[in-house]
Design a protein around this ligand. Structure first.
Ligand SMILES: [Zn+2]
Length: 80
């Protein structure tokens, strides 16, 4: 993945591809989540699928010593 930028231009391999239909006809926009928050997301112009730009996990909290059960009910907020 680490491609040296020796050719004089940057190559970004985070190409947005629709996980549903595989289309590369993608845009980004702010969408409203089910929590009432607004976040930037990819939007497939071909089928209308939306998905977040990045996944946020809570592995750090589990690694802190408190071993939570598999079902985590606490919302991951407060990072704004
Ligand atoms: Zn699609």
């Amino acid at each position: 993945m680490a491609i040296p930028a020796s050719s004089g231009f940057r190559v970004i391999y985070h190409a947005p591809i629709c996980p549903t239909c595989g289309s590369s006809n993608i845009t980004t926009d702010d969408i409203e989540t089910t929590d009432g928050l607004t976040e930037e997301a990819f939007i497939c112009l071909a089928c209308g699928e939306t998905w977040p730009l990045a996944c946020v996990t809570d592995w750090d909290t589990q690694a802190g010593g408190h071993r939570a059960p598999s079902s985590i009910s606490a919302p991951a907020g407060g990072t704004s």
